[in-house]
Design a binder for this molecule. Sequence first.
Ligand code: GLA
Length: 651
Amino acid sequence: MQTRIFLVAAAVFWGTLLYARADSIWLDELNTSLILQGWGEAQKNQSVTRSPLRISGRKFEHGVGTHAVSRLWLRVAGGQHFTAAVGVDDGAKNAGSVEFEVFGDGRELWRSGRMKGGDQARPVDLDLNGIKNLLLLAADAGDGIEYDHADWADAQLTFSGAKPAITGAPDEEAVLLTPAPVPSPRVNGPLVYGCRPGNPFLYRIPCQGQRPLTFSASGLPASLRLDPASGIITGMAPERGDYGVVLCAENPHGKSVRNFSIVAGDQLALTPPMGFNDWYAYYARVTDADMRHAADVMIASGMSDVGYQYVNVDDCWMGQRDAAGNLAGNARFPDMKALADYIHARGLKAGLYTSPGPLTCASCTGTFDHEAQDARQFADWGFDFLKYDWCSYGRIARNSNNSSSGPQAISLAAYQLPYRKMGSLLRQQSRDLVFNLCQYGMGDVWCWGADVGGHCWRTAGDLGFSLQQLFAVALKNSEYRAWSRPGAWNDPDYIQIGHIGSASAMGQPKPCPLTPTEQYSFMSLWCLMAAPLFYSGDMTTLDEFTLNVLCNPEVIEVDQDPLGQSAAVARLTPTTFLMIKEMADGSKAVGLCNQGEFPVQLTAPWSVLGLSGQQRVRDLWRQKDLGVFSNEFSLPVPRHGVALLRFHPEK
Ligand code: GLA
């Protein structure tokens, strides 16, 4: 009996001691700056919009205010309990919907279900015994992130031993997926190329392999000539018709040939345009020297050898108009014609930017009331591409008489007017100018962009640098896939990977916030969408990894396929989906996409892919056949990864 009393007393004693040794810490006492989220910054003891934390009228002294999609990674070895009250902050004005989820070492521990603004806070109380890493996720509940002010209120951890810490996303090693090019030649680039009869023609044959290379071409129209050393084709576009050309490149290591069909007619951009746009590198401080340097880097880095071609200056090149209304470059752009000549001398093409409004988005001189004069000027300088950015035109459109539903509403005709006007003016120039409509998708531009003379159109606002946008944009764009076709491309914005510039005058380029896998996913998704491929990052700090993502010819071939299809989405779950793109040769490009926070095994069954029989499956990033399969194919896909594959019917 005495022994039993002693044991109970000892247990109570040790239990009390252990309990006493357990510490607790508020989540807001940790380093919340490492939290990744879809909008704004996570706040301690405040909502994301910096008002007191309040869920359905209940006020909380402690907690972390985030915005979906937010990810909060915690190291909790030694953790005992996690408790919180979660909900949509009242600051979201009864709008927004969020789903809160807690994962422990990759396993789901708890989920709130869909919570709307105004719902009462839901309690979380979790035992953390044996768990090392915790992920607190506030997801968008499947309807986008608008007003998703997600509060982890009263969030507290009890622990014994090591103090919990917010860690940021799991570290990832930057593995190079694209194999290094071999010394023997490999002619790349589109299989079809559109031009208008009688206009100047310029095409640099994209080709990898050790230089010097010797180029030749059979079937080239008589009005064109090829420089055998540089591989640059110049001259005048031939008469209307299809010209089947075979391009060839040789060096001591071998020879490569590629069909190239020149289609002289009304259409340009028969495959999505590829190039560089300076905005996310140099912003308002861009100079003529930056653009020339970008052209040089496009050649020296090998980007032009896989098809990058346009060197496009964005906003802020323009100065003032003279008395006759002629526009010139500003002090940083002393001679626009000389800049275009410099770019052309390398076999590349030059692009520029303006707005149909009186001012551009960065308040420089726009084209309003000078449309014909500017179109002529851009062609005379020798530019090959125009981005036409809505910006200050909104005021004019709202005041236009075209609107039937009051002065503030903009009618479809008013949306179209400036683009129709410029489209027709560009068409009248004796140059091929690719026309990019930048008006963020207003009036469902994908339905009419081609009718007003556009070759590609932004489908949404600026992409920004938040990572969940990538998958969301791909899913959104797939809804417009019916309008994607040769000469008419949905444009989800630039490829913003590698080092990006800082908008501030003194800002140094810094690494983009995406993990290596996310950067590969970016490129995979853009190619599956048949999107224009414009790199917009710093060209002075292009590193091996970024070039590896940008320059895989088998991946780019998916984007440049002559059929011009944008991938369809299938098997959509909250975190995974497949993208399927029909290719001109009867094969299919397929993306196994994992938006989720943990690796998953993804399966593509033939019934979903529209396939039958035996299929040879190729991993396009690694340029490696994975074998011949029947019925289905399955692969592990990393967190935020896209496995990009091509399925060829086995004969
Ligand atoms: C808008 C466009 C961007 C860029 C800037 C320039 O935001 O969407 O792509 O051109 O204007 O001011």
